[in-house]
Design a binder for this molecule. Structure first.
Ligand code: ACO
Length: 369
Protein backbone atom coordinates (compact mmCIF):
# COMPACT_ATOMS: atom_id res chain seq x y z
CA UNK A 1 0.00 0.00 0.00
CA UNK A 2 1.19 3.53 -0.82
CA UNK A 3 2.40 5.37 2.29
CA UNK A 4 1.59 9.09 2.31
CA UNK A 5 3.59 10.15 5.38
CA UNK A 6 6.41 12.26 3.96
CA UNK A 7 9.92 12.00 5.42
CA UNK A 8 11.59 14.82 3.52
CA UNK A 9 15.09 14.27 4.91
CA UNK A 10 14.87 10.44 4.98
CA UNK A 11 15.80 10.54 8.70
CA UNK A 12 16.26 7.03 9.99
CA UNK A 13 15.30 5.40 6.67
CA UNK A 14 17.53 2.39 5.96
CA UNK A 15 17.93 1.89 2.21
CA UNK A 16 20.75 -0.67 2.02
CA UNK A 17 23.07 -3.01 3.86
CA UNK A 18 26.66 -1.86 3.62
CA UNK A 19 29.99 -3.42 4.53
CA UNK A 20 31.78 -0.07 4.25
CA UNK A 21 31.24 1.96 7.40
CA UNK A 22 29.00 2.45 10.40
CA UNK A 23 28.25 5.80 11.97
CA UNK A 24 27.01 5.36 15.54
CA UNK A 25 25.43 8.70 16.30
CA UNK A 26 24.57 7.94 19.92
CA UNK A 27 27.98 6.60 20.96
CA UNK A 28 29.94 9.01 18.72
CA UNK A 29 31.79 6.20 16.97
CA UNK A 30 32.82 5.60 13.37
CA UNK A 31 33.82 2.15 12.15
CA UNK A 32 35.32 1.67 8.67
CA UNK A 33 35.46 -1.96 7.58
CA UNK A 34 35.97 -3.21 11.09
CA UNK A 35 38.35 -0.50 12.31
CA UNK A 36 37.63 2.56 14.42
CA UNK A 37 38.52 5.82 12.73
CA UNK A 38 41.17 6.40 15.43
CA UNK A 39 42.83 3.03 14.63
CA UNK A 40 42.69 3.72 10.91
CA UNK A 41 44.44 7.04 11.16
CA UNK A 42 47.08 5.59 13.48
CA UNK A 43 47.82 2.60 11.21
CA UNK A 44 46.82 3.37 7.61
CA UNK A 45 47.45 6.23 5.24
CA UNK A 46 44.98 7.27 2.57
CA UNK A 47 46.07 4.50 0.19
CA UNK A 48 45.72 1.95 2.99
CA UNK A 49 42.16 3.07 3.71
CA UNK A 50 41.27 2.94 -0.01
CA UNK A 51 42.68 -0.61 -0.22
CA UNK A 52 40.63 -1.58 2.82
CA UNK A 53 37.43 -0.04 1.47
CA UNK A 54 37.85 -1.72 -1.92
CA UNK A 55 38.78 -5.13 -0.52
CA UNK A 56 36.60 -7.73 -2.24
CA UNK A 57 34.99 -5.13 -4.51
CA UNK A 58 37.58 -3.74 -6.93
CA UNK A 59 40.98 -4.23 -8.48
CA UNK A 60 43.66 -3.35 -5.91
CA UNK A 61 41.30 -3.96 -3.01
CA UNK A 62 43.17 -5.30 0.01
CA UNK A 63 46.54 -4.43 -1.51
CA UNK A 64 47.87 -1.06 -0.40
CA UNK A 65 50.89 -1.25 -2.70
CA UNK A 66 48.71 -1.90 -5.76
CA UNK A 67 46.52 1.05 -4.82
CA UNK A 68 49.53 3.31 -4.37
CA UNK A 69 50.85 2.27 -7.80
CA UNK A 70 47.41 2.60 -9.38
CA UNK A 71 47.01 6.13 -7.98
CA UNK A 72 50.51 7.12 -9.11
CA UNK A 73 49.92 5.94 -12.65
CA UNK A 74 46.47 7.59 -12.72
CA UNK A 75 48.00 10.91 -11.62
CA UNK A 76 50.34 10.70 -14.61
CA UNK A 77 47.44 9.89 -16.94
CA UNK A 78 45.35 12.76 -15.54
CA UNK A 79 48.16 15.28 -15.95
CA UNK A 80 47.75 14.93 -19.75
CA UNK A 81 44.24 16.41 -19.32
CA UNK A 82 45.45 19.46 -17.39
CA UNK A 83 45.84 21.91 -20.34
CA UNK A 84 42.29 21.16 -21.48
CA UNK A 85 41.02 21.48 -17.91
CA UNK A 86 42.69 24.83 -17.32
CA UNK A 87 41.21 26.16 -20.55
CA UNK A 88 37.71 25.03 -19.60
CA UNK A 89 37.85 25.98 -15.90
CA UNK A 90 38.94 29.62 -16.21
CA UNK A 91 37.28 31.79 -13.56
CA UNK A 92 35.79 28.85 -11.67
CA UNK A 93 36.32 27.99 -8.01
CA UNK A 94 38.42 24.86 -7.28
CA UNK A 95 35.41 22.64 -6.64
CA UNK A 96 33.72 23.92 -9.80
CA UNK A 97 36.97 23.20 -11.62
CA UNK A 98 36.96 19.62 -10.32
CA UNK A 99 33.40 19.30 -11.56
CA UNK A 100 34.60 20.26 -15.04
CA UNK A 101 37.64 17.98 -14.78
CA UNK A 102 35.64 14.90 -13.82
CA UNK A 103 33.14 15.73 -16.55
CA UNK A 104 35.96 15.62 -19.10
CA UNK A 105 36.94 12.04 -18.27
CA UNK A 106 35.63 9.54 -20.79
CA UNK A 107 33.70 6.38 -19.96
CA UNK A 108 35.76 4.74 -22.73
CA UNK A 109 39.01 5.31 -20.74
CA UNK A 110 40.88 2.03 -20.40
CA UNK A 111 42.47 2.64 -16.99
CA UNK A 112 40.30 1.31 -14.10
CA UNK A 113 37.97 4.18 -13.34
CA UNK A 114 38.39 4.08 -9.55
CA UNK A 115 42.10 4.72 -9.97
CA UNK A 116 41.46 7.33 -12.64
CA UNK A 117 39.14 9.51 -10.56
CA UNK A 118 41.17 9.17 -7.35
CA UNK A 119 44.35 10.03 -9.25
CA UNK A 120 42.80 12.84 -11.27
CA UNK A 121 41.28 14.81 -8.39
CA UNK A 122 44.58 15.72 -6.64
CA UNK A 123 46.29 16.52 -9.96
CA UNK A 124 43.42 18.71 -11.12
CA UNK A 125 43.14 20.46 -7.75
CA UNK A 126 46.86 21.27 -7.58
CA UNK A 127 46.87 22.52 -11.19
CA UNK A 128 43.85 24.76 -10.54
CA UNK A 129 45.45 26.24 -7.40
CA UNK A 130 48.85 26.80 -9.00
CA UNK A 131 47.41 28.56 -12.03
CA UNK A 132 45.13 30.72 -9.86
CA UNK A 133 48.40 32.06 -8.39
CA UNK A 134 49.89 32.65 -11.86
CA UNK A 135 52.22 29.62 -11.62
CA UNK A 136 52.42 26.69 -13.99
CA UNK A 137 51.06 23.27 -13.06
CA UNK A 138 53.61 20.73 -11.79
CA UNK A 139 53.71 17.17 -13.13
CA UNK A 140 52.99 14.46 -10.53
CA UNK A 141 55.76 12.33 -9.03
CA UNK A 142 54.85 8.60 -9.18
CA UNK A 143 57.18 7.73 -6.31
CA UNK A 144 55.07 9.66 -3.78
CA UNK A 145 51.83 9.00 -1.95
CA UNK A 146 48.74 11.04 -2.75
CA UNK A 147 49.23 13.32 0.26
CA UNK A 148 52.95 13.85 -0.38
CA UNK A 149 52.45 14.53 -4.07
CA UNK A 150 49.41 16.75 -3.64
CA UNK A 151 51.22 19.06 -1.21
CA UNK A 152 54.28 19.08 -3.48
CA UNK A 153 52.23 19.92 -6.57
CA UNK A 154 50.48 22.76 -4.71
CA UNK A 155 53.59 24.21 -3.04
CA UNK A 156 56.15 23.60 -5.75
CA UNK A 157 58.37 21.53 -3.45
CA UNK A 158 58.10 18.71 -0.90
CA UNK A 159 56.62 19.77 2.42
CA UNK A 160 58.11 18.71 5.77
CA UNK A 161 57.08 15.18 6.71
CA UNK A 162 54.85 16.38 9.54
CA UNK A 163 52.68 18.31 7.05
CA UNK A 164 52.54 15.37 4.64
CA UNK A 165 51.50 13.08 7.49
CA UNK A 166 48.84 15.53 8.61
CA UNK A 167 47.32 15.70 5.13
CA UNK A 168 47.46 11.91 4.88
CA UNK A 169 45.66 11.65 8.23
CA UNK A 170 42.99 14.07 7.00
CA UNK A 171 42.38 12.13 3.77
CA UNK A 172 42.18 8.84 5.72
CA UNK A 173 39.81 10.33 8.33
CA UNK A 174 37.27 11.54 5.80
CA UNK A 175 37.51 8.70 3.25
CA UNK A 176 34.16 7.17 4.17
CA UNK A 177 31.20 7.97 6.39
CA UNK A 178 28.06 5.90 5.91
CA UNK A 179 25.21 7.12 3.74
CA UNK A 180 26.03 10.82 3.84
CA UNK A 181 24.39 13.02 1.19
CA UNK A 182 27.18 12.77 -1.40
CA UNK A 183 27.66 9.01 -0.98
CA UNK A 184 23.93 8.42 -1.23
CA UNK A 185 23.82 10.60 -4.36
CA UNK A 186 26.68 8.62 -5.90
CA UNK A 187 24.83 5.39 -5.11
CA UNK A 188 21.59 6.64 -6.67
CA UNK A 189 23.42 7.39 -9.90
CA UNK A 190 25.33 4.10 -9.72
CA UNK A 191 22.01 2.30 -9.26
CA UNK A 192 21.03 3.34 -12.80
CA UNK A 193 24.27 1.74 -14.12
CA UNK A 194 25.50 5.15 -15.32
CA UNK A 195 29.09 4.18 -14.48
CA UNK A 196 31.69 5.14 -11.90
CA UNK A 197 32.80 8.48 -13.33
CA UNK A 198 29.23 9.84 -13.57
CA UNK A 199 28.44 8.54 -10.10
CA UNK A 200 31.52 10.19 -8.56
CA UNK A 201 30.73 13.44 -10.36
CA UNK A 202 27.22 13.36 -8.88
CA UNK A 203 28.73 12.78 -5.43
CA UNK A 204 31.01 15.78 -5.88
CA UNK A 205 28.06 17.99 -6.80
CA UNK A 206 26.26 16.96 -3.60
CA UNK A 207 29.40 17.50 -1.51
CA UNK A 208 29.74 21.08 -2.74
CA UNK A 209 26.85 22.47 -0.67
CA UNK A 210 27.53 24.42 2.54
CA UNK A 211 25.43 21.98 4.59
CA UNK A 212 27.79 19.13 3.64
CA UNK A 213 31.37 19.60 2.38
CA UNK A 214 31.19 23.38 2.02
CA UNK A 215 31.22 24.08 5.77
CA UNK A 216 34.93 24.45 6.73
CA UNK A 217 35.69 27.64 4.77
CA UNK A 218 32.84 29.46 6.58
CA UNK A 219 34.19 28.18 9.95
CA UNK A 220 37.28 30.34 9.35
CA UNK A 221 35.08 33.23 8.21
CA UNK A 222 33.33 32.92 11.59
CA UNK A 223 36.70 33.03 13.41
CA UNK A 224 37.53 36.22 11.48
CA UNK A 225 34.26 37.84 12.42
CA UNK A 226 34.59 36.89 16.10
CA UNK A 227 38.13 38.28 16.08
CA UNK A 228 38.92 37.97 19.78
CA UNK A 229 37.69 35.61 22.49
CA UNK A 230 35.94 38.23 24.60
CA UNK A 231 33.65 38.92 21.62
CA UNK A 232 32.65 35.28 21.10
CA UNK A 233 29.60 35.06 23.37
CA UNK A 234 28.10 38.32 22.01
CA UNK A 235 28.83 37.17 18.46
CA UNK A 236 26.87 33.96 19.03
CA UNK A 237 23.96 35.89 20.65
CA UNK A 238 23.82 38.08 17.57
CA UNK A 239 24.13 35.07 15.21
CA UNK A 240 21.19 33.28 16.85
CA UNK A 241 19.08 36.46 16.86
CA UNK A 242 19.51 36.47 13.06
CA UNK A 243 18.82 32.72 12.72
CA UNK A 244 22.37 31.95 11.55
CA UNK A 245 23.36 28.29 11.20
CA UNK A 246 26.74 27.72 12.87
CA UNK A 247 29.09 26.01 10.45
CA UNK A 248 30.98 23.04 11.88
CA UNK A 249 28.19 22.15 14.30
CA UNK A 250 25.22 19.80 14.10
CA UNK A 251 24.84 16.52 12.30
CA UNK A 252 21.96 14.36 11.12
CA UNK A 253 23.39 11.20 12.70
CA UNK A 254 25.72 12.31 15.51
CA UNK A 255 23.77 13.39 18.57
CA UNK A 256 27.10 13.69 20.41
CA UNK A 257 30.50 14.94 19.32
CA UNK A 258 31.67 13.68 15.92
CA UNK A 259 34.71 11.42 16.66
CA UNK A 260 36.51 12.77 13.60
CA UNK A 261 36.63 16.21 15.22
CA UNK A 262 39.06 14.98 17.87
CA UNK A 263 41.13 12.96 15.39
CA UNK A 264 41.67 16.14 13.38
CA UNK A 265 42.13 18.34 16.45
CA UNK A 266 44.95 16.01 17.59
CA UNK A 267 46.44 16.15 14.10
CA UNK A 268 46.47 19.96 14.16
CA UNK A 269 48.35 19.77 17.47
CA UNK A 270 51.20 17.86 15.76
CA UNK A 271 51.89 20.82 13.46
CA UNK A 272 54.30 23.62 14.34
CA UNK A 273 52.99 27.01 15.44
CA UNK A 274 49.38 25.98 15.82
CA UNK A 275 49.09 26.22 19.62
CA UNK A 276 47.68 29.76 19.68
CA UNK A 277 45.13 29.20 16.93
CA UNK A 278 44.12 25.85 18.45
CA UNK A 279 43.58 27.41 21.88
CA UNK A 280 41.43 30.11 20.27
CA UNK A 281 39.37 27.50 18.38
CA UNK A 282 38.85 25.42 21.53
CA UNK A 283 37.50 28.44 23.44
CA UNK A 284 35.28 29.53 20.52
CA UNK A 285 33.97 25.98 20.32
CA UNK A 286 33.04 26.06 24.04
CA UNK A 287 31.22 29.34 23.50
CA UNK A 288 29.41 27.95 20.43
CA UNK A 289 28.29 24.83 22.29
CA UNK A 290 27.06 26.95 25.21
CA UNK A 291 25.09 29.13 22.76
CA UNK A 292 23.64 26.05 21.03
CA UNK A 293 22.47 24.75 24.43
CA UNK A 294 20.94 28.17 25.22
CA UNK A 295 19.23 28.85 21.91
CA UNK A 296 18.49 25.30 20.67
CA UNK A 297 17.75 23.41 23.89
CA UNK A 298 17.08 19.70 23.46
CA UNK A 299 18.33 19.58 19.86
CA UNK A 300 21.52 17.68 20.78
CA UNK A 301 23.87 19.67 18.55
CA UNK A 302 27.63 19.25 18.87
CA UNK A 303 30.89 19.79 16.99
CA UNK A 304 31.22 18.02 13.63
CA UNK A 305 34.23 17.08 11.50
CA UNK A 306 34.28 20.37 9.61
CA UNK A 307 35.23 22.52 12.62
CA UNK A 308 38.74 21.08 13.03
CA UNK A 309 39.03 20.36 9.31
CA UNK A 310 39.04 24.13 8.90
CA UNK A 311 41.88 24.53 11.37
CA UNK A 312 43.92 21.70 9.91
CA UNK A 313 43.64 22.83 6.31
CA UNK A 314 44.49 26.38 7.34
CA UNK A 315 47.63 25.08 9.07
CA UNK A 316 48.53 23.24 5.86
CA UNK A 317 48.23 26.60 4.04
CA UNK A 318 45.45 25.38 1.79
CA UNK A 319 43.37 28.34 0.60
CA UNK A 320 39.82 28.44 2.02
CA UNK A 321 38.37 28.37 -1.46
CA UNK A 322 39.88 24.89 -1.96
CA UNK A 323 38.66 23.20 1.26
CA UNK A 324 35.65 21.49 -0.33
CA UNK A 325 37.71 20.34 -3.31
CA UNK A 326 40.26 18.81 -0.94
CA UNK A 327 37.49 17.02 0.92
CA UNK A 328 36.53 15.45 -2.42
CA UNK A 329 40.05 14.04 -2.84
CA UNK A 330 39.67 12.03 0.38
CA UNK A 331 36.01 11.12 -0.03
CA UNK A 332 36.57 9.84 -3.59
CA UNK A 333 37.85 6.53 -2.15
CA UNK A 334 34.62 6.05 -0.21
CA UNK A 335 32.41 7.08 -3.12
CA UNK A 336 34.11 4.47 -5.33
CA UNK A 337 33.68 1.78 -2.66
CA UNK A 338 29.98 2.50 -2.33
CA UNK A 339 29.53 2.61 -6.10
CA UNK A 340 31.09 -0.87 -6.38
CA UNK A 341 28.90 -2.15 -3.58
CA UNK A 342 25.80 -0.64 -5.19
CA UNK A 343 26.66 -2.09 -8.59
CA UNK A 344 27.32 -5.50 -7.07
CA UNK A 345 24.10 -6.04 -5.19
CA UNK A 346 21.81 -3.06 -5.43
CA UNK A 347 18.61 -2.35 -7.33
CA UNK A 348 17.70 0.94 -8.97
CA UNK A 349 16.96 3.46 -6.20
CA UNK A 350 13.57 4.90 -6.97
CA UNK A 351 11.50 6.19 -4.03
CA UNK A 352 7.92 7.44 -4.11
CA UNK A 353 6.48 10.94 -3.77
CA UNK A 354 3.11 12.11 -2.52
CA UNK A 355 1.33 14.09 -5.26
CA UNK A 356 -0.29 17.25 -3.84
CA UNK A 357 -1.10 19.00 -7.18
CA UNK A 358 -4.51 19.27 -8.86
CA UNK A 359 -6.36 16.21 -10.19
CA UNK A 360 -7.93 16.11 -13.68
CA UNK A 361 -11.50 17.55 -13.65
CA UNK A 362 -12.75 14.39 -15.34
CA UNK A 363 -11.66 12.54 -12.15
CA UNK A 364 -13.71 14.91 -10.00
CA UNK A 365 -10.79 17.21 -9.18
CA UNK A 366 -10.80 21.02 -9.08
CA UNK A 367 -9.59 22.88 -12.23
CA UNK A 368 -5.89 23.74 -12.60
CA UNK A 369 -4.98 27.33 -11.78
N1 ACO B 1 23.56 25.91 14.03
C1 ACO B 1 22.39 26.33 14.58
N2 ACO B 1 21.29 25.57 14.66
C2 ACO B 1 21.38 24.33 14.13
C3 ACO B 1 22.53 23.83 13.54
C4 ACO B 1 23.67 24.67 13.52
N3 ACO B 1 24.81 24.26 12.98
N4 ACO B 1 22.32 22.58 13.10
C5 ACO B 1 21.04 22.30 13.40
N5 ACO B 1 20.47 23.36 14.03
C6 ACO B 1 19.10 23.46 14.55
C7 ACO B 1 18.10 23.71 13.42
O1 ACO B 1 17.93 25.09 13.23
C8 ACO B 1 16.86 23.04 13.99
O2 ACO B 1 16.31 23.91 14.94
P1 ACO B 1 14.71 24.04 15.12
O3 ACO B 1 14.27 22.73 15.72
O4 ACO B 1 14.55 25.20 16.02
O5 ACO B 1 14.13 24.27 13.75
C9 ACO B 1 17.41 21.84 14.75
O6 ACO B 1 18.74 22.19 15.11
C10 ACO B 1 17.44 20.56 13.92
O7 ACO B 1 18.18 20.85 12.74
P2 ACO B 1 17.94 20.21 11.33
O8 ACO B 1 18.25 21.24 10.29
O9 ACO B 1 16.59 19.52 11.28
O10 ACO B 1 19.05 19.09 11.32
P3 ACO B 1 19.47 18.23 10.06
O11 ACO B 1 19.79 16.88 10.56
O12 ACO B 1 18.44 18.34 8.99
O13 ACO B 1 20.78 18.99 9.54
C11 ACO B 1 23.02 19.64 9.23
C12 ACO B 1 22.07 18.54 9.74
C13 ACO B 1 22.67 20.00 7.79
C14 ACO B 1 24.46 19.12 9.29
C15 ACO B 1 22.89 20.89 10.15
O14 ACO B 1 23.22 20.55 11.48
C16 ACO B 1 23.73 22.04 9.66
O15 ACO B 1 23.31 22.80 8.78
N6 ACO B 1 24.99 22.22 10.23
C17 ACO B 1 25.87 23.28 9.78
C18 ACO B 1 26.57 22.91 8.48
C19 ACO B 1 27.71 21.92 8.68
O16 ACO B 1 28.54 22.06 9.56
N7 ACO B 1 27.68 20.88 7.84
C20 ACO B 1 28.70 19.83 7.84
C21 ACO B 1 28.14 18.55 8.37
S1 ACO B 1 29.39 17.28 8.38
C22 ACO B 1 29.54 16.85 6.75
O17 ACO B 1 28.60 16.89 5.98
C23 ACO B 1 30.86 16.48 6.26
Amino acid sequence: MLQTRVNSGLDGVIVADTAMSEVDGEAGRLIVRGHTVEELVATCGFEGVAALLWDGFAQGGGDERAVREGFASARGRAFAEVPKLLQAAKGLTPVEGLRVGLGMLADSELMPHHYLVCGALPVFLAALLRTSEGKSALAPDPTLSTAQDLLRMIRGQRADAVFEQALDAYLATIADHGFNASTFTARVVASTHAGLISSVLAGLCALKGPLHGGAPGPVLDMFDEIGSLERASAWFDDAFSKGTTLMGFGHRIYKVRDPRADVLKNTVATLPQTAGRLAFAVEVEKSAIAALRRYKPGRRLDTNVEYYTALLLEALEIPRSAFTALFAVGRSAGWCAHIFEQEKGGRIIRPQSNYVGPRPITWGGSPRR
